[in-house]
Design a protein around this ligand. Structure first.
Ligand code: AN0
Ligand code: CP
Length: 317
């Protein structure tokens, strides 16, 4: 595997899940693979899980890992070609990326949507500059439109916990005080549409995701109706995608918070969220602390999804 930016890069999803479960059983079995190889993780945005789980995955494979926080201690980077650099940005990505590539064998990049220009965000401008100018395998640690390490971990978690062959999985919008990217719900939809599940998306009007991610999913604007008979509830906030409101908050309706009454409508569903989560905005204390909450196992599987991706990249070097 040379690049990991969305579900398609994994190829056969069943095979990928099988490989993940094998890795999970013996995560140190491939310790030789990464010997004398270096994984560089570049963060343009904050992270707790991705930062730790991806380093852990690379270390399990015997790699050295280095982390660069672009906004803390590195030079501020210009990303647009042709700009007269007389502002606060000291260095251009066009030099910075090939320089970073000198010191490593594989690069992970976190660069969220900037909400300044939808076309720029949805063309993955920053991630693609790493792909074009590094000459190294590159994987997304949440880029502008997708978070495929998260969605792969989510799929592994669903496979481990499902009680029927084809569970009903509901992606539910929930309120949040700040405008968040669509990357997590986009990737979750991308994976669920490929997986053997009944997939439903529920959201207030105006929060429709991009067609290339929604595809054949059922869209239900009545959250209670969507929750009926669900086996998994996957809560997440996202900002509006559709023009002319791209990147805006259209609603903070607390009737969409996932609580015990709403969970009672489901088939004793598991609760999922990628974290970080705002309690009593997205989900109540009671639900996230309930035995049905999978948020910690889900986070644990981030190590496994990252390890499958980095392992495949090492095998391709
Ligand atoms: C980010 C988001 O919603 O994309 C990261 C989630 C993994 N969340 C926040 O910025 C709170
Ligand atoms: N779920 C996730 O990617 O979390 P972080 O933003 O903490 O990495």
């Amino acid at each position: 595997m040379r690049y990991y930016t969305n579900v398609k890069d994994l190829g056969d999803l069943n095979a990928a899940v099988k490989e993940a479960l094998e890795v999970k059983k013996n995560r140190y079995a491939y310790k030789q693979l990464g010997e004398n190889k270096t994984c560089l993780l570049v963060f343009f945005n904050s992270s707790l899980r991705t930062r730790l789980s991806t380093q852990k995955a690379a270390m399990n494979l015997g790699m050295n890992t280095m982390v660069l926080d672009v906004n803390q201690g590195a030079w501020k980077l210009e990303t647009e070609r042709g700009v007269v650099m007389d502002g606060d940005k000291s260095e251009h990505l066009l030099e910075a990326v090939p320089v970073m590539a000198q010191y490593c064998d594989i690069i992970g990049v976190r660069a969220f949507a900037q909400f300044e220009n939808k076309t720029d965000d949805y063309s993955e401008k920053i991630l693609n500059q790493f792909i074009q100018h590094s000459g190294k395998p590159v994987f997304s640690m949440e880029a502008a439109t997708c978070h495929p390490l998260q969605a792969f971990a989510d799929l592994i978690t669903i496979e481990e916990h499902k009680k029927k062959a084809r569970p009903k999985v509901v992606l539910s919008w929930a309120p949040h005080p700040r405008a968040l990217p669509q990357a997590v719900p986009n990737s979750f939809a991308d994976f669920m549409n490929e997986a053997d599940v009944e997939f439903v998306i529920t959201q207030p009007k105006g929060y429709e995701l991009a067609e290339q991610f929604v595809r054949g999913a059922t869209v239900e604007y009545d959250q209670d109706k969507a929750f009926e008979g669900a086996d998994f509830i996957y809560a997440k906030n996202w900002s509006a995608y559709q023009d002319p409101h791209y990147g805006e908050i259209l609603s903070k309706d607390m009737n969409w918070t996932v609580n015990t009454e709403k969970m009672a409508l489901t088939n004793n569903a598991f609760f999922m969220h990628c974290l970080p989560v705002r309690r009593n905005m997205i989900v109540t204390d009671d639900v996230i602390e309930s035995p049905q909450s999978l948020v910690i196992p889900e986070a644990a599987n981030r190590e496994i999804s990252a390890q499958v991706v980095i392992k495949r990249m090492l095998e391709s070097l």
